[in-house]
Design a binder for this molecule. Structure first.
Ligand SMILES: NC(=O)c1ccc[n+]([C@@H]2O[C@H](COP(=O)([O-])OP(=O)(O)OC[C@H]3O[C@@H](n4cnc5c(N)ncnc54)[C@H](O)[C@@H]3O)[C@@H](O)[C@H]2O)c1
Length: 255
């Protein structure tokens, strides 16, 4: 069982952070990876894995861009087996502060992008008779903070999308979601850099997790790789929190 080599994995948002760490682990396991991202991964990563890795410039919020990325991937390697929807953006605002453009931008990448990628990748998977769709959602599908209205809405929506795919395409396609706590990635760094005291914000984030620290992208990537493998063949329609125990304490307090 486990991961079969030569299988084709599409990772949206695979140039950085959780998507990138997932790509690196899939490549280590002998899979072929197609990264769909608006930004290119580092050249040395592309060079190191040139036989099994392609990068396709793609804006997941645009259906034509997704169709082109799928065409290029299938032309190179044939049908795909796994889709990881990791492309994501964060913006900070309440409902009354959020402009229509900001709302559409966050929902467009995080939720519509996941829908469009699944819409076009599932038929490719069905040609193989099986496949797996993995949403990278968030603990923010369950909790909120101040000023994250579009983001929490998009992350909650990904769980509905995950369940819908699980029901509609069973038994051949499995559909799951991963809900990380705070993970050390460029997205987190960009977020904390908005503060006057980034170190204090990072410490505050670490303190929210029972394990007393922020998570690492490879820790999430391990779960992505497991859920994509045949070792997880009895798992579908579920979300998995990987959050260092965040939210277990009442109101975040040990006392
Ligand atoms: N880092 C965290 O603390 C954390 C926690 C919970 C959930 N998540 C989720 O995990 C996923 C990955 O986050 P990350 O922290 O690795 O972020 P990241 O910013 O490090 O990486 C996100 C990637 O998505 C790409 N991207 C952005 N817009 C795109 C678009 N329109 N089309 C294609 N690609 C696009 C970026 O270029 C980047 O490579 C996101 O969906 C995020 O919401 C992150």
């Amino acid at each position: 069982m486990g991961i079969t080599t030569n299988e084709v994995v599409v990772i949206t948002g695979g140039s950085k952070g959780i998507g990138f760490a997932s790509a690196a682990l899939f490549l280590e396991a002998g899979k072929r990876v197609s990264i769909w991202d608006t930004e290119k991964p580092e050249d040395n990563f592309l060079d190191k894995h040139k036989d099994n890795l392609i990068y396709i410039k793609c804006d997941v919020s645009n259906e034509k861009s997704i169709i082109n990325a799928l065409e290029d991937t299938e032309k190179k390697w044939g049908n795909i087996q796994t889709l990881v929807c990791s492309a994501g953006v964060q913006r900070y605002s309440t409902v009354t502060e959020t402009t229509e453009e900001e709302w559409d931008f966050v929902m467009g990448v995080n939720l519509k992008g996941s829908f469009l990628a699944a819409k076009h990748c599932i038929p490719s998977m069905q040609k193989n008779g099986k496949g797996v769709v993995i949403q990278i959602s968030s603990v923010q599908a369950f909790y909120s903070q101040e000023k994250v209205a579009p983001y929490v809405t998009s992350k909650s929506g990904q769980l509905g999308l995950m369940r819908s795919i699980a029901v509609d395409y069973a038994p051949s396609i499995r559909s799951v979601a991963i809900c990380p706590g705070t993970i050390d990635t460029p997205m987190l760094q960009d977020a904390v850099n908005l503060s006057a005291d980034p170190e204090a914000v990072l410490q505050e984030c670490a303190d929210m997790h029972l394990v007393g620290r922020i998570g690492k992208a490879w820790e999430v990537a391990k779960l992505v790789n497991y859920l994509a493998s045949d070792d997880a063949s009895f798992i579908t329609g579920q979300y998995f929190r990987i959050d260092g125990g965040m939210g277990v304490m009442i109101a975040g307090s040990k006392r």
